[in-house]
Structures are given as structure tokens and as C-alpha cells.
Design a protein around this ligand. Structure first.
Ligand code: ADP
Ligand code: MG
Length: 693
């Protein structure tokens, strides 16, 4: 395919355009993590610029991922004036490897005061540069003047080094002499909604918050289950095609597309790649989805819960780890009970997830996701692992003294001679599990649709690195490695089997059972955020050099502030809509009812006016309740906004007071929507938003 990667300064382009020695030196940095020689950077910069200019680029930008969760870019022209009044296109190695954006306007959680503005971006040569919108985009890490990470990429890169180091120690102890590096990989499945742009523009809530804050249930929702994998409408199909093409040019291997469960909901999945590149690519994917939608008079909603009452969106983070010589360490093979290496890595993941489930939970927490987790459409807020029959059976054998057999799937007989006999997988799937083993990878299904996948990945990498380091410590000291492996497996299975759950994660029984097992159930973002400053978590992040204590504290502050700001914006938007749109409309409607009553009475006809009178009474009572609830919400916002100094307390007030009162206001408004004449209702309804494409 000619267009694939056509806008990427990828390996093939580098090979073609860089002098041999430069190419080799750069590859060493990319593949072996050696530091980069400035002289090499100069040569690369010139080649990159020439290539980008041929692609039509006039500017370059350091492309980075601050704590806002989206990407940031500041564009500079290649242009450089010459003494004769003309200009040449220039780009130096220095400009390639280092940028200096103002750090004070990005969230730093107290790490940077406004006057301490200096921040740096540093070239991440492990993720290829690309041309987008006439700019050469250089993926970079972003840190403060004092070297603290201010972004999502830095800890991710650090975590990849950490897990590689520890996994290699384990592999060496098990006798592997060939692997030089262990790479973590991810394929994130991205869910999204598409709505008509004109309809979108009539909803202040969608414009300001990305989700509907009001909206009665339409007559039809997702109950017929007719949208999932349904035939794709032409308008949507044209959109998807263009998204695919734009992504392919950027080297993003968008592969699968289909309609999702909810009406107007869809999904895009790429082919997996290293966690670093996959994270960059997922940002590009979200960005591209939004931009292309506008070209089709659509708006792409990435919010976790744009509509109440129907499914929201998530991102399935399919995570695995493998060696640089191509061995997937989570591939069980045909006889997993004999696959010692697999069992060690599997049990390490189980232990890591059990011990640090609170960290994993917070890595998937944001205000939008609070509407999903535990709401019978997404995994519960309780972290557990699905393994399936085959592995469950092997773990039970291990616990009893040693695994001697692996169950197999066999062949499946469909009962029709002309259909092929399908080999059956050894395990079924489980859509209700937050952390499900799916053949040769784990699918972390809690991740929020709008968020960067960096945190779920750097947390997973770090906690698994920690357990692998414990395994390595033991194996390196052991006289009999085989015996020690057995001892480790028995111990890990016995101690951590509580986190394994193969049943229905959506059921109420599981909530009760999980509590008995002592598994945390951190229902809201605010509750989950505490994990960022728990001592054991600070210690593990520090030990593996992924985030220092100071950096963790700053992230804790940033997450709380983000929560507060999000709910505050939502509450203010609700108040404005209720006051200036909904209440005036209901009053107008009531007035029209009153007018009708008076007009008919004036005719002297003995008509039955009970319909108008009852409706008028009901609408007036609800309007009064609406007005009252607006006042209650205003007071709650005022009170929460006036908390100073204690961010946690303030966030708690926003969650447990403001947010609750938003729900009460919505309920009244949604009831009114079902009563008020359609002509009077001030905004498009759910029916119009979800079924008009
Ligand atoms: P399913 O339909 O089982 O969820 P797919 O095979 O379509 O799965 O995979 C879903 C995602 O998982 C895709 O993005 C795919 O590239 C990714 N994936 C497959 N193998 C791996 C792996 N070893 N590491 C990370 N992601 C993987
Ligand atoms: Mg999947």
C-alpha cells in the first residue's frame, strides 16, 4: 500500500536518506537505548527537514503530551533569514533534540509556579517523526527546568526500560541467552460516537462538556441489539474510510472498524505496536477522528458517557510483552502446563495486579469513566483477572503440587456437514472482566475512551517490573532454579488467586464476593486518586525510576484539580441551560396552556378542559421544582468553590455534594422534557441526536 506511512520519517526513509554511519548510530540509540551524539542529531535534522519540505512542510513542532491528556504543539517555521535579505530553510540538531515551551501554562500539580516558567521538550527518537498539517511533528518528552516529568510520555519510556531490565533478568535466570530487550506492546481499541454537527451545535452541554447533561430516554435505545456489528451507513462508512486513510499516512495501522452496541457508537482498532508508539498513535487517532468528523458535518464524541441510559465508550488496552527476538512472553503455547517461562510471567502479572490493583484502578479513573465503571455496561470498579478454564485448571493443579496437563478446546461440531469443523479455543471470552486474558495478551477493559493510554501502560509496566524483580532476586540466588520456580508459582497462586475471577463481573453477587475476598472497590475517581500517594505505590514507582515521590504528588494534585474543574464546568453548564433555556421554555409552554384554557372558556363552549388544566398544573409544579433545584445546585457549587487549601476535600465536595445535586436537577428537567410540547423544547432530544444520521 503506497499511502501507508507516506508521511512518516520511518526506518525505510532513514535508511535511504541518512549516511550509513549516522543511520547506524541512530539505530543504536533507538534499539539499544544508547545516548545520542549531537553530531548525529545535526545530520538527522537536515535529512528530516529536507524530507519534510518535500512533503510540503513549512514548519516544525515538538509534539508532546502534557498532563491535560491531549497533545500540545507549538509551530516554528524552518525559515531563517540570510544577510542578503532572503531566507533559507534551516533546522539544526539542537532544534531537533531540544525545545523550550513555556511550562507554566500546563498542569504541573504545584511542581511549577507561574514564575518558574522554563520547561524542556526532548526528542523521543523511539517514536518516528511525521508530517501533519504542513508541519514536521517531532514526538518529544516534556519536563520541567528541574528535570521532573510534566507529561505522560516520560514515565512511559522510563517504565519500558524498567520492565525490560527486570524481565531480562528473569529470562537469563531461566536460561535464555539470546534476548537483548523485552518490549511491551499494546493494541488499543477505541470506541466513539458520531453525531450530526448541526444537532451538536444546539446543545451547550455537548459543546462545553462533551456529554449530555440533560435528556430524557428516547422511545428506542439499544434494547434491540441491532446496532452492534450492524451494516455501516454510507455517511459513516465514508467517514471511516477517510479516517483510515489519514491514519495510514501517519503510519497508524488502523485495522478493524465496526458499529458498537449503542446507537451512533463505533469502534476502531489498530494493529498492536510498542507501548510508546501505540500511545502516540492513539493520540493521533483521537485527533484525526475529531478533525475528519468535521469535514463530514459530523462531530466525534470521545467522552466516556455522552448519553445516559445507553452504553458509554471505553478503550480496551490489549497489553503484552515480548522479546526483541520475537517471543511473546504471554503466549501459553499448546501445552501451557509445561511452559515454565509462560507460567512465571503469567503469575507475575497476577501478583502485580493483585498487589497494585488500586494503582491500576486510578490509571483508568477520570470523571467521565465514573459513569461507566460498575454500571452494567463496563467492568465493575473492582479489579479482577479473567483467565478462563484452561489456565484456571492449571493454576489449581499448581496449587495442589504441580501441573501435569492442559485442557484443550478440541473441534467444534456446528451440525452442518458443509461447514468446516472449527478448532475451538481453549478458553471462552469474558466481556465483564476488567483485566481479561485473551490468548496471548491481557485486555485491560477499564480504560477511559477520551484519555491517553500512557498511564494504564506505565502503571502496568511498573507493577509487573516490580514482581519480575522479586522473581529475579530469588532465581539468581537459587541453587536449584527449577525448584525455586515451582516454589514461586505455588506461592504466587496461593497468595494471589483471590484476584482471579472467571464469572460474571456485572453481577451483584460479585460485588459481595469481592468484598469477602478483600478486593478494593474504589467506585469513584475521587476515592481512587488516593492510591497515587499511598506509601507502597510511591515506593514502587520510585524504586523503578518511573515517577519520583514529588512527581507522584504532583500527579495526585493534577488529577484532583482536573476532577474539580470538570465537575465545576458541568455544574455551571447545567445551571446556565436550566436557567436560560429549560425554565423559560417550560414557562412559555405553561403560558400557552393557560392561554388555551382562557380562549376556550371565552367561547362559552362547555368543553372538557381537564387535559390542559392537569398538564398546566403538572408543568407548573415541575417548573417550580426545577427552579428550586437550580438554587440548590448553585449553593452547592458556591460552597465547594470556596474550599481553599485542601484539594482532596474540595474534590470530595464536588463529587458527593455538587455531583449529586446535578443528578437531582437533571431528573426534574428530564421529566419536563416528556411533558413539554416539542416545539417549545429548547434543544434537540436524545432521539434526534442518536437516530438522525
Ligand atoms: P479481540 O477481538 O480478541 O479483542 P484482536 O485480535 O482483534 O482481538 O485484538 C484486539 C487488539 O489486540 C488489536 O489491536 C490487536 O492488534 C491487539 N493485540 C494482538 N496481539 C497483541 C499483543 N501481543 N500485544 C498487544 N496487543 C495485541
Ligand atoms: Mg477486544
Amino acid at each position: 500500500m503506497v499511502i501507508f506511512g507516506s508521511n512518516v520519517f520511518n526506518d525505510a526513509v532513514m535508511k535511504e536518506r541518512l549516511p550509513k554511519a549516522t543511520y547506524k548510530a541512530l539505530k543504536k540509540t533507538i534499539e539499544e537505548g544508547r545516548s545520542l551524539d549531537p553530531a548525529v542529531a545535526d545530520v538527522v535534522a537536515t535529512a528530516m527537514k529536507d524530507w519534510a519540505v518535500e512533503k510540503g512542510a513549512t514548519h516544525f513542532t515538538h509534539w508532546f503530551q502534557p498532563m491535560t491528556g491531549i497533545t500540545a504543539e507549538k509551530h516554528d517555521a524552518f525559515i531563517s533569514p540570510t544577510s542578503d535579505g532572503k531566507a533559507i530553510m534551516e533546522f539544526s540538531g539542537k532544534e531537533l533534540i531540544k525545545g523550550e515551551p513555556d511550562a507554566s501554562s500546563f498542569p504541573s500539580g504545584g511542581l511549577r509556579a507561574t514564575f518558574e516558567a522554563r520547561g524542556y521538550t526532548a526528542w523521543d527518537c523511539t517514536s518516528p517523526a511525521f508530517v501533519k498539517d504542513d508541519s514536521l511533528c517531532i514526538p518529544t518528552a516534556f519536563c520541567s527546568y528541574t528535570g521532573e516529568a510534566l507529561d505522560k510520555k516520560t514515565p512511559l519510556l522510563r517504565s519500558m526500560e524498567a520492565i525490560s531490565k527486570q524481565a531480562l533478568r528473569v529470562l537469563r535466570a531461566l536460561g535464555n541467552t539470546t534476548a537483548q530487550k523485552v518490549i511491551t506492546t499494546v493494541g488499543p481499541e477505541q470506541e466513539y460516537f458520531l453525531v450530526d454537527k448541526k444537532t451538536f451545535e444546539q446543545r451547550k452541554d455537548l459543546i462545553f462538556t462533551g456529554r449530555t447533561l440533560f435528556g430524557a430516554k428516547p422511545p428506542k435505545g439499544q434494547e434491540l441489539e441491532d446496532h452492534y456489528f450492524g451494516s455501516i451507513k454510507e455517511k459513516i462508512s465514508a467517514y471511516m474510510k477517510e479516517v483510515d486513510e489519514e491514519l495510514w499516512k501517519l503510519g497508524v495501522s488502523a485495522k478493524t472498524k465496526h458499529n458498537e452496541v449503542a446507537p451512533a457508537q463505533h469502534e476502531l482498532a489498530p494493529i498492536f505496536t510498542t507501548t510508546n508508539i501505540a500511545t502516540d498513535h492513539n493520540q493521533l487517532t483521537m485527533d484525526t477522528m475529531k478533525k475528519v468528523a468535521l469535514r463530514h458535518d459530523l462531530v466525534c464524541l470521545l467522552h466516556e458517557k455522552p448519553f445516559a441510559g445507553i452504553n458509554g465508550s471505553g478503550k480496551h488496552n490489549n497489553w503484552s510483552m515480548g522479546t526483541d527476538d520475537g517471543v511473546n512472553l504471554l503466549d501459553p503455547g499448546h501445552t501451557p502446563h509445561e511452559n515454565e517461562q509462560f507460567l512465571v510471567f503469567l503469575c507475575a502479572v497476577i501478583k502485580a495486579v493483585d498487589e497494585y490493583s488500586d494503582l491500576l484502578r486510578v490509571s483508568a479513573a477520570n470523571p467521565g469513566n465514573d459513569h461507566r465503571l460498575g454500571a452494567n455496561e463496563a467492568p465493575p470498579a473492582i479489579i479482577s483477572i479473567f483467565l478462563g478454564d484452561q489456565l484456571q485448571d492449571i493454576l489449581e493443579q499448581i496449587e495442589k503440587g504441580g501441573a501435569t496437563s492442559s485442557k484443550t478446546g478440541g473441534l467444534m461440531d456446528i451440525g452442518v456437514n458443509t461447514l468446516p469443523a472449527l478448532p475451538k479455543d481453549a478458553t471462552d471470552r469474558n466481556r465483564t472482566s476488567p483485566f481479561a486474558f485473551t490468548g496471548n495478551k491481557f485486555e485491560f477493559r477499564m480504560v477511559p475512551s477520551s484519555a491517553s493510554i500512557a498511564a494504564p501502560n506505565y502503571i502496568t509496566n511498573t507493577i509487573v517490573a516490580e514482581v519480575l524483580s522479586e522473581v529475579a532476586d530469588r532465581l539468581e540466588k537459587a541453587d536449584d532454579v527449577q525448584e525455586e520456580v515451582k516454589a514461586i508459582l505455588v506461592e504466587y497462586v496461593t497468595k494471589h488467586k483471590r484476584v482471579v475471577f472467571n464469572g460474571n463481573g456485572y453481577s451483584d453477587e460479585w460485588v459481595v464476593e469481592a468484598e469477602k475476598r478483600g478486593l478494593p472497590n474504589l467506585k469513584t475517581t475521587v476515592e481512587a486518586i488516593k492510591a497515587l500517594v499511598a506509601e507502597k505505590n510511591l515506593a514502587v514507582m520510585e524504586k523503578h525510576g518511573v515517577l519520583s515521590r514529588v512527581e507522584m504528588h504532583s500527579r495526585y494534585e493534577i488529577e484532583l484539580e482536573n476532577y474539580i474543574k470538570t465537575i465545576n464546568i458541568e455544574a455551571l453548564t447545567m445551571i446556565e441551560m436550566a436557567k436560560r433555556q429549560i425554565l423559560p421554555s417550560t414557562i412559555k409552554f405553561a403560558t400557552s396552556l393557560a392561554a388555551s384554557i382562557n380562549t376556550i372558556k371565552a367561547t362559552g363552549v362547555a368543553a372538557d378542559l381537564s387535559a390542559q388544566i392537569e398538564l398546566l398544573t403538572e408543568v407548573s409544579a415541575l417548573s417550580a421544582a426545577l427552579k428550586k433545584n437550580i438554587g440548590v445546585l448553585e449553593e452547592a457549587v458556591e460552597k465547594a468553590s470556596n474550599v481553599h487549601g485542601d484539594t482532596y476535600e474540595q474534590a470530595s465536595l464536588f463529587r458527593f455534594d455538587v455531583f449529586e445535586k446535578m443528578g437531582a436537577l437533571r431528573e426534574v428537567a428530564d421529566t419536563l422534557e416528556t411533558l413539554v410540547d416539542k416545539e417549545f423544547w429548547p434543544m434537540p432530544t436524545y432521539g434526534e441526536l442518536l437516530f438522525n444520521i
